[in-house]
Design a protein around this ligand. Sequence first.
Ligand code: ADP
Ligand code: MG
Length: 380
Amino acid sequence: GYHKVLEENRKLYNQIQDLRGNIRVYCRVRPFLPGQTCNASTIGRIDDGTITIITPAKYSKEGRKSFTFNKVFGPSATQEEVFSDTQPLIRSVLDGYNVCIFAYGQTGSGKTHTMSGPNELTEQSLGVNYRALNDLFYLSEQRRDTFCYEITVQMIEIYNEQVRDLLASDGVTKRLEIRNSSQKGLAVPDASMVPVTSTSEVIELMNLGQRNRVVSATAMNDRSSRSHSCLTVHVQGRDLTSGAVLRGCMHLVDLAGSERVDKSEVRGDRLKEAQHINKSLSALGDVIASLAQKNSHVPYRNSKLTQLLQDSLGGQAKTLMFVHISPEMDAIGETLSTLKFAERVATVELGAARLNKENGEVKELKEQIISLKAALARQN
Ligand code: ADP
Ligand code: MG
């Protein structure tokens, strides 16, 4: 009884968030890794949506700073827990919405862990990418008497402002162009498009993508931390009675590490990479800021990343950012700048037009929440 009411209450709250069309921001804290235990932790209290960071005096007089997001996942949160909060958003791609999920954070904070999982995958450790596709397969199967769905994926990498195909079967990661009004409605029409129907196919494809990424790395040690990788899922659903076709698209983006690189310490290729990363992450910040201010001109064209995501940021799209932080005191500077960036993102409100249209629905949901709260109070 009690838990069910609580659960309903949360579901309705989330639905209202959906209707509001804000960018959702979830913060995830990486646990200490084996062998790291002697390093002090910066993580204070975690209370559903609020995280308190313990800081040295030079960062705050009080010795602590709090940040509030839609949700905070502590170090012991499982992959399954992280996914289950994302599930409704992902499901909306089957109804024809565009969805965009980012993993943001400094190198080593857990972005790839959240999106893909660790190197040695087990069923429990599968990341958001696999779970999302698996869920889409399951739901499309459930709806097969009413809809006929086709699910296809593309996987690309943006490195030094160049776009490359990671699913080329011959391993040739040719350079690609981004087009914002291609006939096929695809942002990167020339990237390999692969139909998928099962999780094992997806795992195979991601392994191919991973191999292609490694092959194209030159002398650099960990290219993945200096490029953005994007898995794009295209869903086309045909209503079997009316024949109407719905199209939804979901971008799952593992961003380049957000750490500031000390320019006095790097030269050549490293300096060029750092400049490209700064440029694209700040372009992302600028696009989000300009959406927040409802500017008529949004500077999507300032980077390949924002060009790619143009149709999935703003307007009707649903956007979620997983912001990752490391728990170590050594990382405090990056942790605070990551959380400040995230807090700015969290204030963005998108899709005012939809909000107006669905005001009635919001009102109705709010009334339901009030009555559920009353029911909850009665049970206590
Ligand atoms: P990033 O992609 O941000 O550079 P990774 O995802 O590669 O960081 O994470 C760095 C290391 O920490 C990896 O060994 C990863 O398996 C581990 N790790 C990250 N997040 C978690 C987590 N939530 N639980 C357990 N290990 C994690
Ligand atoms: Mg990574």
